[in-house]
Design a binder for this molecule. Structure first.
Ligand code: SAH
Length: 355
């Protein structure tokens, strides 16, 4: 069995090379080649032919295949569907902002959290992504798009804290100065609220931004749309958020998708305001994306305005997230599902360009 070399940390590479009787600096050379997206050991031109063939016998290099690329004609958002070595497909989205390019990556193939409004969870969890596969999402999106990636959000398919060890390793790899060198402060991780894992993450004391997909301030509403809330509850979640903030000093964000008639009443707004103030959290309101298989609708503009007015009055900072890539199904497993269905009706809206 060959080993996945791109999932190895530089110090592990050093050890492996030492066993092959090679000097330490070889590890750095190889790590750098891998971070440039080479697809074979033969491309590592500063290594001897002998070493290249030994490496090829022991290790493999992951290279995802782009099976679909859609470019938004409205805002330039790019959505990739990558095929992995075992045939599974994952989505990655590249968004351009004034301050740089952000890549939104998947952390699992599918998801087992079962949120009622989300497309990613419909087929359940297939498997966790390897650290190399998450790194490839960033790396090959950058190479293919030609857009230097400055920010990463773990908000694609999957629950990152349900793939904890691989995600931690991915963060270490992507953050490494000899690799892509993306600063922790430029990385956001979003979770449906696995409280025990939030505490574990706090222990790591990383400088990343933690986003909590809150979507409801009370247990009745939250448990109805987010099974992860059952058996945990909002109170425990807020306690974990407070501990995270105390430990890391990093302000948390609450994600709140506005769903018509479900979580958008004045009472919900006041409940949300109370939680945000107690956890010193920033609130990100998201207009719900319509998912074909789901019965939910986005809140009306009137309800949205009323909701924001109440948050303002209660003294809570909130932003309404700009909707990027709505014409390329750029959210939450929608492209993967369309590609998976045999009667692919994906028209990708008329204003999208397929490449
Ligand atoms: N599992 C993680 C990250 C992936 S989802 C999490 O739950 O946070 C990224 C964000 O999109 C989450 O806030 C999720 O709740 C939200 N989301 C899922 N489906 C959505 C939809 N149809 N419209 C708007 N936001 C949605």
């Amino acid at each position: 069995m060959k080993a996945d070399i791109k999932s190895m940390l530089p110090e592990e590479l050093e050890l492996a090379l030492k066993e092959l009787g090679e000097p330490k600096y070889r590890a750095k050379q190889i790590f750098t080649w891998l971070s440039r997206g080479v697809s074979s050991f033969d491309e590592m031109s500063n290594l001897s032919k002998q070493l290249r063939s030994t490496l090829d016998e022991r290790f493999f290099i992951t290279v995802p295949q782009c099976i679909r690329k859609q470019v938004s004609q409205i805002d330039g958002t790019i959505k990739y569907l990558w095929q992995l070595a075992d045939g599974n497909a994952i989505e990655t989205v590249v968004m351009s902002y004034k301050h740089g390019n952000t890549v939104c990556i998947s952390s699992q193939v599918g998801c087992r959290q079962g949120c009622a409004f989300c497309a990613s969870t419909i087929g359940g969890l297939v498997r966790n992504l390897e650290p190399s596969e998450m790194l490839d999402e960033v790396l090959f999106s950058q190479i293919d798009s030609g857009k230097p990636i400055s920010n990463i959000v773990l908000m694609g398919i999957g629950e990152p804290l349900d793939n904890f060890n691989n995600v931690m390793r991915f963060l270490e790899l992507v953050n490494h100065p000899d690799g892509m060198n993306i600063g922790m402060r430029h990385i956001s991780l979003s979770t449906c609220g696995l409280t025990e894992k939030i505490d574990e993450l706090a222990e790591r004391d990383l400088q990343l931004t933690l986003s909590i997909s809150l979507h409801a301030p009370d247990d009745d509403t939250r448990s109805a749309i987010m099974p992860a809330n059952r058996g945990r509850g909002v109170d425990l979640l807020i306690d974990s958020c407070k501990r995270y903030f105390e430990r890391t000093g990093r302000r948390i964000s609450f994600e709140y998708a506005m769903i018509d008639g479900v979580n958008d009443t004045p009472e919900h707004a006041r409940g949300l305001a109370k939680l945000a103030l107690s956890a010193s959290a920033h609130v990100n309101l998201i207009p719900l994306n319509h998912v074909e298989e789901r019965r939910f609708k986005p809140s009306s503009p009137e309800n949205l305005k009323r909701f924001i007015r109440i948050l303002d009055a209660e003294g809570v900072n909130s932003t309404l997230r700009r909707k990027l890539g709505s014409d390329v199904d750029a959210s939450c497993g929608q492209l993967r599902r369309k590609a998976a269905s045999s009667n692919d009706k994906s028209t990708a809206a008329d204003n999208w360009r397929n490449e």
